[in-house]
Design a protein around this ligand. Structure first.
Ligand code: ZN
Length: 314
């Protein structure tokens, strides 16, 4: 039995650039170019008609509201010594700075596309949510989703990567115009993200962390996720919703530890769509090269499919 045709166009604008893969990983590093290759291939097979758009790289001026000048200069200057390490797990090859500027630019462009009424996704690397105002860490050079958040006045960032997005939290911790909501395994890398971290100053109450112990079941995870989206996130009434879309909470991810199935990423997307606000998605983690493209496709198909379906929350 076929589904009734939708009156909505099933489409997502995809922002990506081949130069993202000039960010070349040391041998055996999980954050490798094959991640992006696997996703691009899967989208090409499943949705040949979807539109790919090259982003404009982020400029220094665009990065300065979210990063210190010292950070932007340190990352740029490190290129001279490439290949090098910025911290024990964050590497930099000679194409990395351009890749990182394109990744941030893609996130910005995806946000603008969403604001213009076209759901969009930045399919990029390096990822961004661990990059703090002043520091590259956790595979991340610049904070892509933070630049995206500068494209609207009142922004919800939903971060379902298995790791806490300490960098995004850091950048917006005192900002009441950005609600940061993260689900993640805890205790786990990078160590932040307890429920007690709720923002400070004017931003108090605008950071929401939902940590889950190792091996938490998908039903528990989704119920908590839906409760926060339908409660405080809806009440916040964002103008734009950004998803820090990591797929390392998939059940067998090599650096994960939670229990989501492929279809759960479609369900999480439907829950976010229930807010009925423009959505842009920004790729973060996800390190199983077989499962990653399937999880991304489940997420993007849901993002593309128009009106939210009723999510099957137990
Ligand atoms: Zn992650």
């Amino acid at each position: 039995m076929s589904r009734a045709p939708s009156r909505y166009t099933s489409h997502v604008i995809l922002f990506s650039h081949t130069a993202c893969n000039a960010h070349r990983a040391p041998l055996g590093h999980p954050e490798c170019p094959e991640r992006l290759d696997s996703i691009v291939k899967a989208i090409g097979i499943a949705r040949a008609g979807w539109k790919w758009t090259e982003p404009r790289p982020a400029t220094r001026e665009e990065l300065l509201p979210i990063h210190t000048a010292g950070h932007v200069e340190r990352v740029s200057a490190a290129q001279e010594y490439a290949p090098t390490q910025l911290d024990p797990d964050t590497y930099l090859s000679d194409g990395s700075v351009r890749a990182a500027l394109l990744a941030a630019g893609a996130a910005r462009d995806a946000a603008r596309s969403a604001m213009a009424g076209k759901p969009a996704a930045a399919i990029v690397r390096p990822p961004g949510h661990h990059a703090t105002r002043d520091r590259a860490m956790g595979f991340c050079l610049f904070n892509n989703v933070a630049l995206a958040a500068k494209q609207a006045k009142r922004v919800l960032i939903v971060d379902w990567d298995v790791h806490h997005g300490n960098g995004t939290q850091d950048i917006f911790y005192e900002d009441p115009d950005v609600l940061y909501f993260s689900t993640h395994r805890w205790p786990f890398y990078p160590g932040t993200g307890s429920r007690a971290e709720t923002g400070s100053g004017r931003g108090l109450g605008f950071t929401i962390n939902r940590p889950f112990p190792w091996n938490t079941g998908a039903a528990t995870f989704k119920a908590e996720f839906a409760a926060v989206i339908d409660g405080p996130c809806r009440k916040f009434d964002p103008e734009l919703v950004l998803i820090s879309a990591g797929f390392d909470a998939w059940k067998n991810d090599p650096i994960g530890g939670l229990n989501l199935e492929v279809a759960d990423f479609a369900e999480l997307t439907e829950i976010v769509k229930g807010l009925k606000r423009p959505i842009a998605s920004v790729l973060e983690g996800g390190y199983d090269l077989e499962a990653l493209p399937k999880c991304v496709m489940a997420h993007l198909e849901a993002l593309a499919s128009g009106e939210p379906r009723k999510a099957a929350i137990p």
